[in-house]
Design a protein around this ligand. Sequence first.
Ligand code: NAP
Length: 290
Amino acid sequence: MNAKLIDGKAVAQSIKDEIKAEIEKITAGGGRAPALAVVLVGHDPASQIYVKNKRKACHAVGITSVEHLLDESTGEKTLLDVITILNNDDDIDGILVQLPLPKQISEPAVLEHINPLKDVDGFHPVNVGRLVANSPGLRPCTPAGILELLKRSGQDLVGKKVAVLGRSNIVGKPTATLLLHESCTVTICHSKTRHLADITRSADILIAAIGRPEFVTADMVKPSAVVIDVGVNRTPKGVVGDVDFEGVKKVAGYLSPVPGGVGPMTIAMLMYNTLKAYKGLSRRPVGGGH
Ligand code: NAP
C-alpha cells in the first residue's frame, strides 16, 4: 500500500490564509497590524535565508516585519540592549533572535532576556514551564506545527502510542510534551536508546527529529502508522529527511515529505504566534491547549 501524503505546504497555506483574514479584519477596523522583530547577528548564509523567508511570510499575511541586522563581532551587551529596546516597544509584538549566535554571545542569556510575552520562538524558560504545565503561553513553532499537521490531517490522537525520535529542547522534548497533553502515550528516544526499532515498530505515530539522513527505514515502521519527518539533511543528492521516504511510504498509512512537510508549518506557526502575542492570548490566566 502507499501512504497518504501529509501536505505541509497546503496546511501551512490554509493557516496563513486564516491569519491573513484575521489581520485584515483588525486593520480594516483601524487597528495596528501585528509586528515581528527579527534580530540577525552575523552573515550565516542559512540564517540569512531563514530571515528572508520569515520576512516574506510576514508580508504575505500582513504582519509588519522589522529587521535588526547586527555585525558578526557584536558583543552580548549590545544585543541585550537591542532586545531591551524591543521589549519596551509597544509597537512590537514578537521578537525572534535568529540562532545560532556567534560564539562570544551566550544563547541562554539572550533567550532569557526576551520578554516571555513577545517570545514567539517559545524558547524562554517561562514558556517552557508553561508548556510543561499545559498553561497558556507561546509554544515552539516546529512542535506546534507538527501537532497542527497531525490534527489538520484528521488524526485521532487520544490514547495513541507515539515514538518521538530526538530529545532536543527545540523539537523532541516540546513535541513529546504537546502530544502528552493530547493524551497520547509518548516514548522519547535518543542516541542511547536500546532496541530502538522495537519501540518505533509499536508506535501508531512516529516523529523523526534526529538529523540523520533517511535513518528510519520501512522495517522500523508499524504498518499504517502515521510518520512525521522533521529532519532536514543536506546530502549530495539534495535535501532529505530522517525517513527513507521511498521505503517507508510502502508501509506507513500517512507520511509527511521533506521538503514540503514540517518545514512550511514552522513558519506558519511563527505567524500564528506573532498574532497570538499581539492579541495578548499568551497572558490569559485560564484556558488550555496552545
Ligand atoms: P539535535 O539538537 O541535533 O538533536 C538530535 C536528537 O536526535 C538528539 O536528541 C540525539 O540524541 C538524537 N539522535 C541522534 N542520532 C540518533 C540515533 N541514531 N538514534 C536515536 N536518536 C538519535 O537536532 P534538532 O535541532 O532537534 O533537529 C533534528 C532534525 O530536525 C534536524 O535534521 C533539523 O535540521 C531538523 N529541524 C527541522 C525543522 C523544520 O522546521 N523543518 C526545525 C528544527 C529542526 P542525544 O540527545 O542522545 O544526542
